[in-house]
Design a protein around this ligand. Structure first.
Ligand code: MTE
Ligand code: MO
Length: 383
């Protein structure tokens, strides 16, 4: 594989793997702005960043179990109505490093920043599928298609040098309310190479692995995509499953991400002066579920205060308020007096009353995915 054509990157990124390039920003980059700047947005790759330089010749094929297969140029895609969707992308491996402290897991180590919130601009997949003869809100196409597969132009070793691929159910792909995008902009700028130039899928509310970058083809298929990243990865196993007794077929590919919340204004361990301590961070849930509440404890979980929640300044965050972003994360803040060494803990509740597990041990899994355990940071008080 050829890593000689990688794009330039921000020096503040913490590099977890160089080839393929996997990197996350410092915690402080996350809570400082509701929309994560592109250069500080985490980058998660499985191979070299492909070079797409002839944009005039670039096209996406849309075919499979459809009436009217088409090759779409960027011009064709730009002619469709453009939507700007604010959505949080989170890697299923976010917080893996903390899970590996229980027992070894397989996968790239991530602190808490394999997540970001961006404004994605592009066409709705539902509109694109309509162009090839699949109407809105179809659970099945006329010829029996039930899933939509996305294949990239990149090359990864897990696919034996083949491209990265994933699929989502047709009913989600054809639902305009699900806001699945073919995005060519990120935060109002053309998508850059790291994030999928010239075109990527964004599946809001679903683990990042399904948001295929550098899109090459869209295929309506009868069965779910059989690619490595759907069938042999990104599945949640119970703590009893190890590499000797694993049977991949017993689990479904992970889609929605569960409710998550992280303190970003403090590191794992911190020295503070006695007095008021303010903690800030993010909370997010999958499937379009909002954040109902964030609880913060300044005494290791003995007592809790409710944090304030916000997305945009001046607009109070309420999960079903039209002025709030359904797919965007929620930032939170809580303040208390701290006079002795302590552990500060945060946990969120989503709009379906889902809560986070208290301990990482209970959700340990061999791939180290979906660590959504209560987030804890240590504080030492110095005078
Ligand atoms: N798409 C392609 N083509 N190749 C990849 O390696 N990684 C996936 C997804 N899409 C990947 C991909 C994973 S696991 C995640 S979490 C997101 O892209 C990361 O997107 P980002 O790098 O824009 O943050
Ligand atoms: Mo990921």
């Amino acid at each position: 594989s050829d890593y000689s054509k990688e794009p330039p990157r921000h020096p503040c990124l913490q590099i977890n793997s160089k080839e393929p390039f996997n990197a996350e920003p410092p915690r402080s980059a996350l809570f400082r702005s509701y929309v994560t700047p592109v250069d500080l947005f985490y980058k998660r790759n499985h191979g070299p960043i492909p070079v797409v330089d002839d944009i005039e010749r670039y096209s996406v094929s849309v075919s499979g179990l459809v009436e009217n297969p088409k090759m779409l140029s960027m011009k064709d895609i730009r002619m469709l109505p453009k939507y700007d969707v604010t959505a949080t992308l989170q890697c299923a491996g976010n917080r893996r490093t903390a899970m590996s402290k229980t027992r070894t897991v397989k996968g790239v180590g991530w602190d808490v920043s394999a997540i970001g919130n961006a404004v994605w601009g592009g066409a709705k997949l539902a509109d694109v599928l309509e162009l090839v003869g699949v109407p809105k809100l179809s659970s099945s196409s006329k010829s029996g298609g039930k899933h939509v597969e996305f294949v990239s132009v990149d090359r990864c070793k897990e696919e034996n040098g083949g491209p990265y691929a994933a699929s989502i159910p047709l009913i989600q792909a054809t639902n305009p309310e699900a806001d699945v995008l073919l995005a060519y902009e990120m935060n109002g700028e053309p998508l850059n190479r790291d994030h999928g130039y010239p075109l990527r899928v964004v599946v809001p509310g679903v683990i990042g692995a399904r948001s295929v970058k550098w899109l090459d083809s869209i295929t309506v298929i009868a069965e779910e995509c059989q690619g490595f990243f759907m069938q042999k990865d990104y599945k949640m196993f119970p703590p009893s499953v190890n590499w000797d007794n694993i049977n991949w077929n017993t689990r479904r590919p992970q889609m929605d991400f569960p409710v998550q919340c992280v303190i970003c204004s403090l590191e794992e361990s911190n020295a503070v002066k006695p007095g008021k301590v303010t903690v800030s961070g993010y909370a997010a849930s999958g499937g379009g579920r909002g954040i109902e509440r964030v609880d913060v404890s300044f005494d290791s979980g003995k007592s809790w205060v409710e944090a304030s929640r916000y997305q945009k300044p001046g607009i109070p965050y309420v999960s079903d308020d039209e002025r709030c972003d359904k797919w965007g994360w929620v930032l939170f803040e809580a303040t208390a007096d701290v006079h002795t060494n302590t552990e500060i803990v945060a946990k969120a509740v989503d709009s379906s009353a889902n809560v986070q597990p208290e301990n990482v041990e209970d959700i340990w899994n061999l791939r180290g995915i979906l660590n959504t355990s209560w987030h804890r940071v240590q504080v030492r008080v110095g005078h």
